[in-house]
Design a protein around this ligand. Structure first.
Ligand code: ADP
Length: 455
């Protein structure tokens, strides 16, 4: 308490009373009344002034504005100062809390997964865009709506209400193709966080892996069964020399088949696991084609008319073994799927815009249109028995496509049943150069691109 100020006020009242007394006696000739009037007047004015100050303070507090507190003297000034100080501190705390809440929500928004927050009665409190997209929610319209009214899939409702939440729930995506993994977490005692993850790609990769393993097992099991059958025959029967030789020949064939399969599988694995081929190591195409020509002539054994291009002078920035696999597989396929007397023609040229095209054309059995998009899938064969008869693994075109794509190029296929096929490898200009200038005829682009991913 400020004693000085209190003393001043009492003194003021006494002085007012004395002044009133003097005026009352002198002017009105009445004693005491003047003192009462003077005292009362000053006391009333004083009370009014206090009331006016308190009202200013209350008005300021009621306005809830950012305006500074009114400047008041005395105790009201103290009250205004402390009220403003605590108000500002509270505002700063609320701002900080809002900012940190906004940061949390932004973090949830930035995750690639869906996040949905539910209150204790499973009403939607908040969801990020991914969750809204998967469940078809509108964050504003569906705010505080019951989630089980919005997502009605019985498996989800059952999982939410009665499920064991240690394990995620796998659900077909309600709005998109594919699968969702849903996990629930309780927080803040009775609230629920629903986490959604699109696992379509993972599921697809798992399915592909399972299919691939099944294919490989099947491909290996068949020759193994044949081999063990022959071993039993050789052990149990007393065969003459020619019959023994025939069986040993068949056994060699099956062994070679397994060898080719394992070797193609290793090539594919290498293609998938190694970095992109460098852009500065140049391969001489003419040398490469000369080696492939020797290979195909040996496989053909003179049964086909084989035409390779004259020297092209072209060089490709490529991984030589991969380029060899790509072109070699196409040329050997041409020999395998072209009957005796047919023609196999290889051409290589540079396009006007600097791209290169290596074409392998045959006059063989050809391929029906509907098979073309699937030819580069692993183990896809138009005629499985013919493929196996000629030592095919069903992986050749998958290797070709993978190898050329790694060089930024593409495989194009054009074929007509009974008339033959043309397989073309197109390489981007950045990977092509010529050692000397040659006139190049314009390319006719009549081929079909195989855009399906290598699978
Ligand atoms: P495969 O080892 O069975 O030949 P590929 O992946 O090399 O496996 O080829 C896939 C399928 O494409 C073959 O089984 C065959 O049916 C078809 N094919 C490939 N090249 C030719 C071609 N030049 N002529 C006709 N069909 C072909």
């Amino acid at each position: 308490m400020n004693w000085g100020r209190l003393f001043m006020r009492i003194a003021l009242l006494v002085l007012a009373g004395l002044a009133g007394e003097i005026i009352g006696v002198r002017v009105l000739g009445v004693s005491s009344v003047g003192a009462v009037v003077g005292f009362t007047t000053v006391a009333t004015l004083w009370a009014r002034r206090e009331e006016w100050r308190s009202r200013r303070l209350i008005e300021w507090l009621k306005r809830d504005s950012d305006a500074p507190a009114p400047v008041l003297p005395g105790r009201w000034g103290d009250v205004a100062y402390h009220a403003e100080k605590s108000l500002r501190r509270r505002e700063r705390e609320i701002d900080a809390a809002h900012a940190s809440q906004a940061q949390f929500l932004e973090a949830f928004e930035a995750t690639p997964n869906g996040v949905l927050l539910l209150d204790s009665d499973n009403h939607v409190v908040w969801c990020n865009r991914v969750a809204a997209d998967h469940f078809g929610l509108d964050p504003e319209r569906d705010h505080l709506q019951l989630i089980t009214n919005l997502v009605r899939q019985p498996a989800f409702v059952d999982y939410l209400l009665h499920g064991v939440h240690d394990e995620p729930l796998l659900l077909p995506s309600p709005r998109h193709q594919g699968s969702l993994s849903i996990l629930l977490r309780r927080y803040a005692a009775d609230r629920t966080m629903v986490l959604l993850q699109d696992v379509s790609a993972r599921e697809q990769a798992d399915a592909m892996r399972r299919e691939f393993v099944a294919h490989v097992s099947h491909e290996i099991r068949t020759p193994l069964t044949v081999l063990s059958g022959f071993v039993e025959t050789l052990e149990s029967l007393d065969l003459d020399r020619s019959e023994r030789d025939r069986i040993l020949g068949l056994m060699r064939q099956q062994g070679q088949r397994m060898q080719s399969l394992v070797s193609d599988l290793l090539v594919l694995a290498r293609l998938e696991g190694s970095p992109r081929p460098p852009i500065d190591r140049w391969v001489d195409l003419d040398n490469l084609l000369a080696r492939i020509e020797a290979e195909v002539r040996s496989v053909s054994g003179g049964r086909h008319c084989i035409v390779f291009p004259p020297r092209t002078g072209l060089e490709f920035a490529a991984q030589e073994s991969e380029l060899h696999s790509a072109v070699g597989n196409l040329v050997l396929n041409a020999a395998r799927y072209t009957p005796e007397g047919g023609e196999i023609r290889v051409e290589a040229r540079m396009d006007a815009d600097g791209q290169a095209l290596v074409e392998v054309q045959d006059s063989g059995i050809g391929i029906a249109r509907e098979h073309i998009p699937r030819l580069t899938q692993r183990f896809y064969r138009v005629d499985p028995s013919r493929s196996r008869e000629t030592g095919g693994t069903g992986l050749g075109l998958a290797i070709v496509k993978h190898a050329i794509q790694r060089h930024g190029g593409e495989l194009l296929i054009d074929s007509e049943i009974g008339r033959g096929s043309r397989f073309s490898l197109r390489l981007p200009a950045a990977r092509v150069r010529r050692r000397w200038p040659v006139d190049t005829p314009a390319l006719q682009n009549t081929v079909q691109s195989v855009d399906a991913p290598v699978s």
